[in-house]
Design a protein around this ligand. Structure first.
Ligand SMILES: *Cc1c(COP(=O)(O)O)cnc(C)c1O
Length: 457
């Protein structure tokens, strides 16, 4: 069947369409930082796929049934049954979003100085490991470093380095192994079931807890079905369950694969650990039957979790991202291969060869996408990941200068994505015209969110 969204549109929201001159005014006001733009200045927003999905009619209807009882709400039991059926864990704690689950888990699990080993930590996950006194260690597989490699599972962890860590001099310090599926920090690449099984076996053999960061559990399952031998006849639910079965628990942001605006869970097998987590949950998020969410949210999350595993939905979403990737590649712009599902990553370093890392080619391309077409997205390059000295000069460039186009769920149609590809193609005709940038003002932490920069002509 040709590519087609498996839903029709029932409620619409107009898209702001500005002139280039209006966008230039907006960018100057924003200090050339797309994070400072206002929604009504943006034509296509590809900044994040988190909490930006479109609700279904069934989710809206479920929301209307939300039970706002303080303790023991019906909506909590529907939510818990849905997560239990999907993931199979006996203890399920609702939280307001993924990072709350991370904070609660790491504080209950890690003692100061302990290591958290991962394929790649997401940025809030890394921060929560550090805040709990732990030390995050990324062990991505070697294929992940080659952006052009079409290897199917570049989200895998490096099993040799994991084995070395679990048997070497630091083995007593390993507090937890956390696998991010799909590997968001690593280009949205999937993790194979073979890799998850090997991690599970290693953790069991060495008595180390094994957790999943399962924000995109359904998208990972879909890519396993497409790419890994032996899963072609599985359903996404079956593959997801096999993955959950391998771990001792999971943290999940439900702002991604529950197609909802807010929510998350912490799921556990261990009774004593669950009890410790529940105390923190009650003290910091809310009672165990709502955890910072309304009954309305819990209902919409439960419904979203049943919709996200539908093969027609996942097939169309994966095909849309791949279609956009093909159009961009045809326009002569390299993407991180192979295309994942929730985002495409443009290789800005390769396109803007006239800009050194100190002129932030990723940021330059992201800014140009807005100026040329009102497309907002974020850089993942030296502005975000580079290191600077006390005068703000870049002393260590990021390994790659990338731009992330995150695709919100069920929000944009194929023609919106084709519009984005046209904007990219227009820039690619004269990449030498794209100016570099210099930092004018930056806070000491998380500077990509708040900095102001200016073009260097
Ligand atoms: C979004 C995300 C988180 C954090 O979840 P929030 O809901 O934003 O707090 C953690 N891990 C991964 C892989 C994510 O994508």
């Amino acid at each position: 069947m040709p590519l087609m969204e498996p839903y029709r549109i029932k409620v619409v929201e107009p898209i702001p369409i500005l002139t280039r001159a209006e966008r230039e005014v907006a960018m100057v006001r924003a200090g050339y930082n797309p994070f400072n733009l206002r929604a009504d200045e943006i034509t296509i927003d590809l900044l994040s796929d988190s909490g930006t999905g479109a609700l279904s009619a069934a989710q809206q209807a479920a929301g209307a049934l939300g039970d706002e009882t303080y303790a023991g709400a019906r909506s909590f039991y529907r939510f818990r049954e849905t997560v239990e059926k999907l993931a199979g864990y006996p203890h399920i704690l609702p939280v307001h979003q993924g990072r709350a689950a991370e904070r609660i888990l790491f504080n209950a699990l890690l003692t100061p100085g302990q290591l958290c080993l991962s394929n790649t930590h997401f940025d809030t996950t890394r921060a929560n490991v550090v805040l709990a006194g732990g030390v995050p260690v990324d062990l991505p597989c070697p294929e992940a470093a080659d952006l052009d490699s079409p290897a199917p599972f570049k989200g895998d962890i490096d099993l040799d380095r994991l084995t070395a860590a679990l048997t070497g001099p630091d083995r007593e310090r390993v507090g937890v192994v956390l696998m991010t599926i799909t590997n968001n920090g690593g280009g949205g690449q999937p993790v194979s079931m073979a890799n998850l099984r090997a991690v599970s076996d290693l953790c069991r053999a060495h008595g180390v807890p094994f957790f999943l960061d399962a924000a995109r559990f359904a998208e990972n399952a879909w890519l396993v079905i497409q790419r890994e031998d032996g899963y072609a006849h599985h359903t996404p639910e079956q593959v997801a369950r096999l993955a959950f079965d391998l771990a001792d628990g999971a943290v999940a942001s439900l702002k991604k694969d529950a197609i909802a605006h807010m929510g998350g869970f912490l799921a556990l097998r261990d009774d004593a650990l669950a009890q410790r987590c529940e105390l923190t949950l009650i003290a910091t998020e809310g009672f165990r039957t709502y955890g910072g969410l309304s009954g309305r949210d819990l209902e919409m999350l439960a419904q979203g979790l049943t919709e996200v595993v539908q093969p027609d939905y996942l097939r169309a979403r994966a095909a849309a991202t791949e279609h956009l990737g093909n159009l961009i590649t045809a326009a002569g712009v390299s993407i991180v291969r192979p295309a994942g599902i929730h985002a495409l990553y443009l290789n800005a370093g390769r396109l803007l060869t006239h800009l050194p890392p100190s002129r932030f080619p990723g940021h330059a391309l992201a800014t140009e996408l807005y100026l040329a077409g009102g497309v907002r997205c974020a850089e993942l390059g030296s502005l975000y990941l580079g290191q600077e000295d006390e005068h703000g000069n870049l002393v260590k460039a990021a390994p790659h200068e990338l731009v992330r186009l995150a695709i919100p769920r069920r929000v944009y149609t194929q023609s919106h994505l084709e519009y984005v590809a046209e904007v990219v193609a227009e820039i690619a005709q004269h990449p030498e015209r794209v100016p570099g940038y210099r930092v004018v003002e930056a806070p000491p932490l998380l500077r990509h969110f708040n900095c102001r920069v200016e073009p260097v002509r």
